[in-house]
Design a protein around this ligand. Structure first.
Ligand code: ADP
Ligand code: ZN
Length: 215
């Protein structure tokens, strides 16, 4: 499957993407994960992106398009991909459209995970992420705690609250989402690609997507 996953921060794009990869071997491509990997590795890209990310602002479109232009050329994309956190702006969506024409790739759908704001706020402030960059497992202190508090079940590393998950940064991320990313829902409706999902749980969202795609 070749999908775009849309939704506010905390809507569950990453979780839904991971579940979908298990169905047909499509790869999850998360621009957030790629950027955090670059920050940890201390590359030029990481140095440029870090300030924006910690403040909860978007990284410039040009940087993101450079990343995605290369990523979509990699072999593992041939079986399908789930774009998680990209595109985030109308210019990114326009650039992606052009890129896909050039690569002769057709998208199946853009899936919008629709989650109420209070649910989002609650999820984001209680989220913990494994600090091991090769693991990055996600937990929730309320709904999905690790077996030992503060320790990742999968790899034993410390679980942490991301720098952009302080209350102030979260407020900024949601405002940025409303201003820059929410208009993409209309955009993909206009493209005839939109599937809106009332994503109360990730399982419900996955079931809805697989039903639509007949997989
Ligand atoms: P979220 O949990 O907010 O959905 P991500 O993990 O997708 O966050 O991204 C974390 C940060 O990385 C964003 O707040 C932003 O600074 C940057 N980022 C990720 N994807 C993009 C993108 N497509 N365009 C611009 N900035 C991005
Ligand atoms: Zn881990």
């Amino acid at each position: 499957m070749k999908l775009i996953l849309l939704g506010a921060p905390g809507a569950g794009k990453g979780t839904v993407a991971k579940l979908l990869t298990k169905i047909d071997g499509s790869v999850q491509i998360s621009t957030g994960d790629i950027l955090r990997g670059a920050v940890t590795a201390g590359t030029d890209l990481g140095k440029e992106a870090k300030g924006y990310m910690d403040a909860g602002d978007l990284v410039p479109d040009e940087l993101i398009m450079n990343i995605m232009g290369e990523r979509l050329l990699e072999d593992d994309c041939k079986n399908g991909f789930l774009l998680d956190g990209f595109p985030r702006t109308i210019p990114q969506a326009d650039a992606l459209k052009e890129l896909l024409v050039k690569l002769d790739i057709t998208l199946d759908m853009a899936v919008n995970l629709d989650v109420p704001r209070d649910v989002i706020m609650d999820r984001l402030t209680t989220r913990r992420t494994c600090s091991n960059k090769d693991c990055q497992a996600i937990y929730n202190v309320k709904s999905m705690p690790s077996k030992v508090e503060g320790i990742c079940d999968k790899c034993g590393s410390e679980t942490i609250q991301r720098a952009d998950e302080t209350e102030e940064a979260i407020g900024n991320r949601l405002a940025t989402y409303n201003e820059k990313t929410a208009p993409l829902v209309e955009y993909y409706l206009g493209e005839g690609l939109l599937l809106n999902v009332q994503a109360t749980s990730s399982d419900v969202a996955v079931a809805e997507v697989t039903k639509q795609l007949n997989v």
